[in-house]
Design a protein around this ligand. Sequence first.
Ligand code: FAD
Ligand code: DLZ
Ligand code: SF4
Length: 531
Amino acid sequence: MLGDQLTRRIAALTDLDPDHDIVLMVEVRAEATYVRHHKQKIAFLFSAMRHFAAELEAEGIGVDYVRLDEAGNTGTFTGELMRAVARHAPDRVVVTEPGEWRVWSMMQDWRDDCPVPVEIRDDNRFLCPRADFAAWAGDRRALRMETFYRGMRRRTGLLMDGAEPAGGRWNFDSENRKALPRGHVPPERIGFAPDAITREVLALVEAEFADHFGDTEAFAWPVTRTEALAAFRHFLAVGLPSFGDYQDAMRAGAPFLYHALIAPALNAGLLTAGEVCRAAERAYRAGAAPLPCVEGFIRQVLGWREYVRGLYWARMPDYAASNALGATRDLPWFYWSGKTDMNCLAQCIADTRTHAYAHHIQRLMVTGNFALLAGLAPSQVEEWYLVVYADAYEWVELPNVHGMVLWADGGVMGSKPYAASGAYIDRMSDYCRTCAYDVSQKIGAGACPFNVLYWNFLITHAERLSGNPRLAMPYRNLDRMDAGRRAEIRAQAARILDGLDAPVPLQGDLALSAPAGRRATTAPATTASRP
Ligand code: FAD
Ligand code: DLZ
Ligand code: SF4
């Protein structure tokens, strides 16, 4: 069993015979270091793996669990599989297909190299099997999420009234996505105090992966299914009824707002997509949450999550190689240090460092938008996103970064790049109020860099993008600019981009003064609180 397959219902375990079978789980250095994951991601996964192994053992199932620091640990999946086959001399090995192409290639080699037969089963945790997505996608170039999502609503019956979508519409976005009113106090969210197993793992991670990005002090992720369910129920009660309204809002020092905080648990198998969608629908049917919020939530899980997973498998490995906008600039060092005068970026990176979390709009419209506007090299941006979030796996990270954020796929995922000026960030957050830059200033000393870089982006890619009907308005505005103004924009953008700090190796103490955030509590459920 791989570390992100932690459910008793995973395909490899469906016909498990406790009298004859052994479950193999391995902590291996290669998985923690193929990119240098945030310390909280490694700790979350090792702790969840150890808890899950203990649950299997309590059920009377034999588990061969190899710890990271165990003598003889070869540090790789392949090495540990071969050692285990030598230890147990099994008749066969049964695995569930992995989430990532990288590990899939490894598994193909096991079929040749392993002395016993290796059976690779389909991952049964998704609502849309890979083959069904591939059949839907065919060889079409553009794959639109909205069409896929409607098909998934029909297929699952989620939020359907007979053949019609509940409420008569597929999409309630126009009623969602408001800014947070000034003075609005978001709800407290529960966190989970590290127990003895998590504390042991945190110490291991601090010792073994000291030079990885991220702090561990605020670790509060649920590490068992019981805790994950408690976190999700809390979201249903306090988050879902306003989820849609404030889905895109951002506030300094408050990264969680009304978000579900379930992606690490979902992606590791502690929760399933089907159960969270059905529970959200029940909340709507019971009158506990309004339809726009519930539809917004279900679209994220049934739509976006299933769609990016399908797209990843249907288009990899070629998908990762495209670079439609020819972006080549190195990732600036402030993505790691958080040290920048641009307050929006500093805040989002601080949240990321403290919690291994930032919500969707922080990822898309702040760190992502800057990467797009600055022309940062896709492979470097992708590695950053894969490193820094507790929920990051390539199958979900790559399409979001490569396609949605950077438009490096040239329009497979989105009909236009999500480029935006500082005005969007100002509308949806309070970041600009305390920023060193002036968001209302378009150009000149003190002007918000997002403004300058936005116009520079449109000028730079005019040949490729000006004919795009969805960008007609900004290009009309650009057409009204005289040549002198354009030259000024280009010159100032060049100064900003040339002034971005050079990348240096990640090491040593990069401590930031991060805003206060999620605090762990001693109890897993209702008594817990988080500022
Ligand atoms: P909520 O905002 O409460 O949403 C509920 C759930 O919907 C999430 O838990 C997630 O499972 C699903 N979801 C929402 N949006 C997406 C999406 N675009 N793609 C896939 N699932 C989605 N999500 C990951 O799970 N892993 C990643 O590595 C990842 N990388 C991202 C990188 C970028 C640049 C962007 C823009 C988005 C990325 N996302 C990723 C999607 C999304 O940002 C996270 O799923 C979400 O922020 C997790 O927090 P939450 O559980 O509070 O989600
Ligand atoms: C992410 C991760 C890490 C850090 N460590 C392990 C590990 O030691 N053992 C394990 O089985 N899985 C780990 N994982 C998750 C794998 O990287 C994941 O299964 C692959 O990325 C495929 O999705
Ligand atoms: Fe970000 Fe510009 Fe606002 Fe500063 S002024 S917080 S750089 S959008």
